[in-house]
Design a protein around this ligand. Structure first.
Ligand code: ZN
Ligand code: ZN
Length: 139
């Protein structure tokens, strides 16, 4: 009910009530509206608190996911440099490096293993993405 309607109710002769009674009713209506407004404001506050909590939980979940992705990182396995056709000094300096005593070419990726997961014998031979990465990604 807007102010116009309140005024109409208070002063309208067709309602058949005394003006005082209509006015009292208007006061009650205004009070009800104020109470309703108060309830709605409380609801808005509750919802925005809930939204903040949800955002916090979402950020925490993302951070945990990122930590798992980092732990179970992609570790590329490269072919040996002697398999490389590029014999230039520049390429050798840029792409050839020693990994576990073997010179490899980073331009010749063979596959990737998980930096964290190990097989039954304790070796890093589990292909990436590993089961853990697939699980957290929902794959
Ligand atoms: Zn190379
Ligand atoms: Zn893994």
């Amino acid at each position: 009910m807007n102010l116009e309607e309140i005024r109409e109710r208070a002063y309208s002769p067709v309602l058949g009530k005394s003006m005082a009674r209509a006015y009292d009713q208007s006061i009650i209506d205004v009070r009800n509206l104020l109470e309703e407004n108060e309830r709605l404001q409380q609801r808005v506050t509750r919802l925005s608190n809930l939204e903040r909590r949800n955002a916090k939980q979402r950020d925490e979940a993302r951070a945990r996911l990122a930590a798992v992705e980092k732990l179970h990182g992609k570790y590329p396995i490269y072919d040996a440099a002697f398999a490389c056709a590029d014999r230039t000094e520049r390429h050798s300096q840029e792409a050839h490096m020693e990994v576990d005593g073997i010179i490899v070419c980073t331009d010749l990726p063979l596959y990737a293993v998980c930096a964290q997961c190990r097989d039954e014998e304790g070796f890093h031979t589990i292909n990436w993405p590993c089961d853990t990465i697939k699980a957290v990604r929902g794959e």
